[in-house]
Design a binder for this molecule. Structure first.
Ligand SMILES: [Zn+2]
Length: 547
């Protein structure tokens, strides 16, 4: 390590935070801590992944590589040679995370609620699982003994995310507030009692609230507007940030960052319904209405019913997750379906020789991709007169690396950045014979946007600096460089030299990594079986991630 290396680096993750929301509040003096940090630090926009979804984006943050090298394309992952999708978790990340390199260099790391760290894998330090943790009955910390300490010190129930009450805004608000409070208390406890060189915590509250409370211009009722409600949360968060800063040594470098930005949304595009109307996708029975499907899914929430189903006619090795995804796959008539929009966030072609009942010949693949791209780009929502689609990308043009072949064939990006909000779209993968192509985006009025925030403050940071746009994959190599640890050449990101002072500007060294980067192999067996996965699936469904 060189003389300029920093010994203490902290990441405070703010899921889904966007300067467009923060800046006016900072300018108006509503968020004094963040205002001071912007003034004293370096800040700019941070480009997210395509797609800008937490699963993909936080994994690019932690690995410094594009999704083709880490293999996470959504909250679920496609099972090869099948139409099944299972939940993804920390064991499926196909690249090493930057904290693995910090640990190997002898630096101690502490991770609190960083997405995709469950199930907990060994680190040189400590780890508390985050948003995909099924519940307090499974091992959610490393070392395992840490979890007893947390549960003794903090009020029950111990939480892993908000959002279980997404249909009730008041309950959602309460659960986000309770979770944020618990996160702050956890951070303070561990910062005081543990030894660390690198520490990270990710607050998911902003994202959870913004989906439902993104401010629109129209004041629809008496009482506080969405903007006023959100500001209340952000003022609390600003104070939480101040409390965390109060626990840090004076020589710490602090990076605030979000996995993606946020913007207003007004419309929903049922892409599988559109595929059906164009003859690309066919359902088995006309009687299969969305009403039937949603009733079936509602019934699946009953674990005892699932158990009964399993006992009667399902293979015994099936988990509830498979049952849920089978509900997705079963209605589709694969002998007549050329393309479908899959739960992992893209179009999959029913290719001969690759899918179990593939009907599209290999020679027709490229021309089908081209036709789909041009037809999707030409789709119009008659109610708004707008196209819902901002771009259609073949996976080989978007990602590179050993896992590119696991990605959906075509990634479809909806309009996210238009003004007015009615012209921004969510893509919904729901299946049903009676679905329209478009509806309003209710209950969501906010959705992810491509640019998040980056704000660096503290030791070594060039003060009063506006940064050029940087990329989420730049964070991992920047942290390694700042701490004097060699950067693996396989990382796609670059060191953000521009945020450092001349004296503390890192002089990075590089590591040629030839060994297979398969930390994703199961080192720990998941002691969670059916119910926990159901709980996580339900949470994701409530948050709209599996629609
Ligand atoms: Zn979100």
């Amino acid at each position: 390590m060189s003389d300029s290396s920093l010994n203490k680096v902290v990441v405070i993750g703010l899921d889904g935070v966007d300067w467009r929301l923060l800046q006016p509040w900072i300018d108006a003096g509503e968020l004094p801590t963040l205002a001071r940090l912007v003034q004293e630090g370096a800040h700019g926009r941070l480009k997210s992944t395509v797609r800008p979804e937490s699963s993909v984006a936080w994994t690019t943050f932690s690995t410094g590589v594009n999704p083709g090298k880490h293999g996470i394309f959504g909250f679920v992952r496609h099972q090869p040679s099948s139409y099944e999708f299972h939940l993804a978790d920390s064991r499926h990340i196909g690249a090493r995370r930057f904290w693995d390199y910090l640990g190997a260099a002898g630096l101690r790391v502490g991770l609190v609620n960083v997405p995709f760290t469950y199930p907990p894998q060994p680190v040189n330090g400590f780890l508390v699982g985050g948003m995909l943790t099924p519940g307090p009955h499974v091992t959610f910390t490393y070392p395992a003994a840490l979890q007893q300490r947390l549960m003794q010190h903090l009020p029950a129930p111990y939480l892993f995310d908000a959002g279980d009450s997404a249909k009730d805004k008041a309950k959602l608000w309460q659960s986000v507030s309770a979770y944020t409070r618990q996160q702050l208390e956890t951070a303070v406890l561990l910062l005081r009692e543990e030894v660390w060189n690198f520490f990270a915590i990710v607050f998911t509250g902003p994202d959870r609230l913004q989906h439902f409370f993104w401010p629109s211009d129209v004041k629809k009722s008496e009482g506080p507007t969405n903007g006023e409600l959100l500001l209340t949360y952000f003022k609390d968060l600003d104070q939480s940030v101040a409390k965390i800063l109060g626990e840090l040594p004076t020589d710490a470098l602090v990076l605030f960052l979000s996995d993606h930005g946020f913007n207003a949304v007004g419309r929903r595009f049922y892409i599988n319904s559109w595929l059906q109307s164009k003859g690309y996708l066919s359902l088995r029975s006309r009687a299969l209405s969305t009403d039937y499907l949603s009733r079936l899914l509602t019934r699946l929430k009953s674990i005892s019913l699932v158990r009964r189903l399993k006992q009667t006619f399902l293979p015994t090795e099936w988990g509830v997750g498979q049952l849920k995804t089978a509900v997705f796959a079963n209605p589709i008539d694969w002998t007549k379906t050329r393309v479908y929009y899959a739960p992992d966030g893209g179009l999959r072609i029913n290719l001969q020789g690759r899918e179990p009942n593939g009907i599209v010949p290999f020679e027709a693949y490229e021309s089908l991709c081209a036709t789909l791209s041009s037809e999707l780009s030409a789709v119009k929502d008659m109610e708004t007169g707008c196209s819902p689609i901002a771009g259609v990308y073949q996976k080989k043009n978007l990602y590179h690396g050993p896992f590119t072949s696991s990605a959906p064939d075509l990634i479809v990006e909806p309009q996210r950045e238009r003004d007015p909000l009615e012209q921004n779209y969510l893509i919904d993968s729901k299946l049903g014979s009676d679905l329209p192509h478009f509806t309003s985006s209710t209950p969501y009025n906010g959705n992810h946007a491509p640019h998040g925030i980056l704000l660096a403050w503290g030791n070594g940071v060039a003060a009063h600096t506006t940064l050029p746009e940087s990329d989420l994959q730049d964070i991992a190599p920047t942290i390694l460089a700042a701490m004097g640890v060699p950067i693996p050449k396989t990382m796609d990101g670059r060191v953000l030299f521009e945020l450092f002072t001349d004296q503390k500007c890192p002089d990075p060294t590089f590591l040629s990594e030839t060994e297979p980067s398969s930390l994703g192999e199961a080192m720990y067996s998941l002691d969670a079986v059916d119910e926990p996965e159901t709980a996580v699936i339900e949470r994701l469904r409530n948050l709209g991630y599996l629609d």
